[in-house]
Ligand binder design. Structure first.
Ligand code: MSP
Length: 510
């Protein structure tokens, strides 16, 4: 089971447009997926949209639209956002897809047949924004503990899932598998929440109709979270193509924002236990982003669409910034000043200049032909030796989802290469015919370093990685390259032709 590396994002509600918060998870998942592919793993990377429930129904009603039409009109915005950010998802699941609704019905029927679902009455608080049932003890200042919005008092006939029956098993699993819920601080929160006692979970609604009808009682629609969590198995053909399902399931990694960790770390495992399916290997909750120190919200008018930043900086600079600036597990603050600062210092200066000066010198001194290196000296050896160290560090940091540290390791190579070019000062020997071999070696070494660098930045900045790779004269596609083999020294063939190309990251006025 699970031969494929399976990584997921949450499926996003279609009540509103995607923004830099939603894109944060998707960009991170893309870096993970691309890194795993680079390592030669078969990857299945899933994202999609969560289209049922009261919140989406309300959003549609406010525009006098029926919810299906509304969802249909919103989905292209998500797809387009992932396209401009160069997201390499293998599938896009919609909870209104027939393939999903069928699986959700089969799944819930299975739990019903088992006796894990019973009819009752829910009376309590409900937060429409978070689509969550809340205990009175959870209410903070009369509002939702998560989003602080006003909550509704709901009394309706609901079906319940015997969550309490599985509480001990879920707790035991979390305690025995330290990697299952991460980061550690969030894992502890989940553990204490379970220990405080779990009641059964309402899993249907009767006060509106926008949802998947229960197969055993069509007066009810499925609770949107029960429906949504099942996307992770409906997209891989649970129930219809079990061979494929078993190749992909269990998920290696569910990436989620911290506010939805409980659904993933408590309800979802209990649902899977009830259905006798293996649990995902790892659930990682990342922090939330604020914008210039404030929570992003429509009322504050500070919601930023990824497109706005991509138009200004390009997709790769966007991806670089969000992965480099923040520590994934904790909250962070987006600011235009830090974006511009990193763009100029790390992309325009460190990376862009490195690439353009190396390529320009090869063009100028060797007519753009990769020279044959001769005996290497201490500086060359030093540069070559750090590459395996950087690769090892990158691997450890990627496994920990410490994207900022992974990029900082990659930048060690950027700095080492810049330093190498500085100390070797090829321009100072360029006109001395007796130093021809020396110059050849310096140019080859810089180019080969640049080629390897292209590979390492590829998961984070796929376009830039590809461009640098091709400019150094590689004819094989970067998508075919695998680490660590492709990062072995010497793959660049003397005699190939390099390309200088347009500046990668033109400097911007500060
Ligand atoms: N539909 C549910 C998820 C169901 S998964 C089975 C949902 N959707 S959502 O549209 O509200 O998206 C929530 C996710 O978007 C968060 O978990 C997080 O991944 C991301 N973010 C939304 N706003 C964010 C920030 N301000 N900062 C960082 N990430 C945030 O919840």
């Amino acid at each position: 089971m699970g031969e494929v590396f399976y990584v997921t994002t949450p499926i996003y509600y279609v009540n509103d447009m995607p923004h830099i918060g939603t894109a944060y998870t998707t960009v991170a998942a893309d870096a993970v997926a691309r890194y795993q592919r680079l390592k030669g793993r078969r990857v299945f990377f899933l994202t999609g949209t969560d289209e049922h429930g009261q919140k989406v129904a309300q959003a549609a009603a406010e525009r006098n639209q029926n919810p299906q039409d509304w969802a249909d009109s919103m989905v292209p915005h998500f797809k387009e956002t992932w396209r401009i950010l160069n997201i390499s998802n293998d599938d896009f699941i919609r909870t209104t897809d027939n393939r999903h609704t069928k699986v959700a019905q089969v799944f819930i029927q299975k739990l019903k047949d088992k006796g894990d679902i019973y009819l009752g009455t829910y009376e309590g608080w409900y937060c429409v924004y978070d689509e969550s049932f809340l205990l009175s003890s959870q209410i903070v200042d009369g509002g939702c503990p998560e989003c602080r919005r006003p909550v509704e008092w709901v009394k309706e006939e609901n079906y319940f899932f015997r969550l309490s029956k599985y509480a001990d098993r879920v707790l035991k699993h979390i305690e025995e598998n330290p990697d299952f819920v991460q980061p550690e601080s969030r894992r502890n929160e989940v553990i204490s929440f379970i220990k405080s006692g779990l009641s059964d979970q309402s899993i249907s609604r009767t006060s509106f109709t926008w949802g998947i009808p229960l197969p055993f009682d069509a007066r009810h629609v499925m609770y949107v979270w029960f429906d949504a969590l099942l996307n992770y198995i409906s997209a891989i053909d649970f129930g219809s193509n079990m061979k494929r399902f078993e190749e992909i399931w269990p998920a290696d990694l569910h990436l989620v924002g911290k506010e939805i960790l409980r659904f993933h770390a408590i309800i979802w495992p209990a649902m899977l236990f009830a259905a006798e399916l293996p649990l995902p290997k790892r659930i990682f909750a990342h922090g939330w982003l604020t914008v210039e120190g404030q929570k992003m919200s429509k009322s504050l008018g500070n919601v930023i669409a990824p497109k706005e930043l991509v138009d200004e900086y390009g997709a790769d600079a966007y991806r670089y910034y969000f992965l480099r600036e923040f520590s994934f597990g904790i909250d962070g603050n987006f600011s235009r000043r830090t974006l511009l600062g990193r763009y100029n210092a790390e992309l325009a200066n460190d990376l862009g200049n490195l690439s353009s000066r190396v390529l320009t010198m090869v063009m100028k001194y060797r007519d753009g032909i990769v020279p044959e290196p001769k005996a290497s000296g201490a500086e060359e050896n030093r540069l070559r030796e750090i590459i395996p160290e950087i690769l090892a560090k990158l691997d450890v940091k990627m496994a920990a989802l410490a994207f900022n540290e992974a990029l900082s390791a990659v930048w060690d190579l950027v700095h080492a290469l810049n330093r190498y070019v500085d100390v070797s000062a090829p321009w100072s020997i360029a006109s001395d015919p007796s130093k021809k071999k020396e110059l050849d070696t310096i140019l080859y070494t810089s180019l080969e370093g640049l080629r390897i660098l292209a590979l390492l930045i590829y998961p984070f900045m796929p376009e830039t990685g590809r461009k640098i790779w091709e400019r150094t004269g590689m004819s094989e596609k970067i998508t075919q390259a695998r680490i660590p083999e492709a990062a072995n020294w010497g793959a660049l063939r003397p005699g190939s032709k390099i390309v200088t190309g347009e500046p990668l990251f033109p400097r911007k006025p500060e």
